[in-house]
Design a protein around this ligand. Structure first.
Ligand SMILES: [Zn+2]
Ligand SMILES: [Zn+2]
Length: 221
């Protein structure tokens, strides 16, 4: 059965199971990093674009419009080391600028997709750019060496973790909620505002402290 990933515009892109799991997390990571505001702009998933030389025929690879170094860095950190910004005319045939991302450890890709990792002449693991010209890898280094599955875990634990500011915001909201709430005193059949409760506990606490202070002998001179 064919698998699809739906982008934010509702368009369905044919994908392998790895891309289906990875793309939404990559999109979330780009949102968290502020690289995109709404959604990932996908140009090609499984497809037969002649310029791609068969790299995209069965999965593992995706082309996007998010071409910044930051976007490529996040892709590499998320287990797609064979990811590159391909500038305008990258193929010397007028090919458009895009980012080509290739998931490490996906078993669904073509031989040419695998060569972008393993080939001594083209592979990113050999410091190359993944093209037949075998030029040096121009992408951000170091490589993560993660698989796409490890990349999802990495993204969830590191790229989308809550910031200190977020945690402060949540703590403040919880505190405000606690102060505003009321509680029922079943013994007295009364409802108290939480402020009253805190204030009376505070008074009680001070009484205990005063009493303790009276009982503790001051150190002998
Ligand atoms: Zn796959
Ligand atoms: Zn591509």
């Amino acid at each position: 059965m064919a698998l699809y990933w739906k982008d934010v515009n509702g368009r369905n892109w044919p994908v392998c199971a790895c891309l289906k799991a990875w793309l939404p997390v990559y999109q979330d990571a780009l949102l968290a990093a502020g690289v995109i505001k709404r959604g990932l702009d996908v140009w090609q998933t499984i497809g037969g674009a002649p310029a791609s030389g068969g790299t995209h025929v069965s999965g593992q690879c995706v082309d996007t419009a998010q071409t910044s170094t930051k976007a490529i860095r996040i892709a590499r950190d998320m287990g797609a080391d064979a990811s590159w910004f391909r500038p305008e005319n990258w193929d010397n045939s007028g090919g458009g600028a895009h980012a080509h991302l290739n998931l490490r450890g996906c078993p669904h890709g073509s031989a040419s997709a695998d060569r972008q990792y393993t080939s001594v002449h083209q592979g990113v693991d050999h410091g190359k750019n993944g093209l037949a010209n075998g030029a040096p890898d121009p992408g951000p280094k170091p490589l993560s060496k993660r698989t796409w599955a490890q990349g999802i875990t990495y993204a969830e634990e590191h790229l989308m973790a809550l910031s200190d500011a977020d945690i402060d915001k949540i703590a403040k909201r919880v505190w405000e909620y606690g102060i505003a709430s009321t509680y029922d005193d079943a013994n007295k059949g009364k409802k108290y505002k939480a402020q009253t409760h805190l204030a009376s506990n505070n008074k009680f606490g001070h009484e205990i402290l005063d009493k303790l202070e009276g009982e503790v002998e001051p150190p002998k001179a």
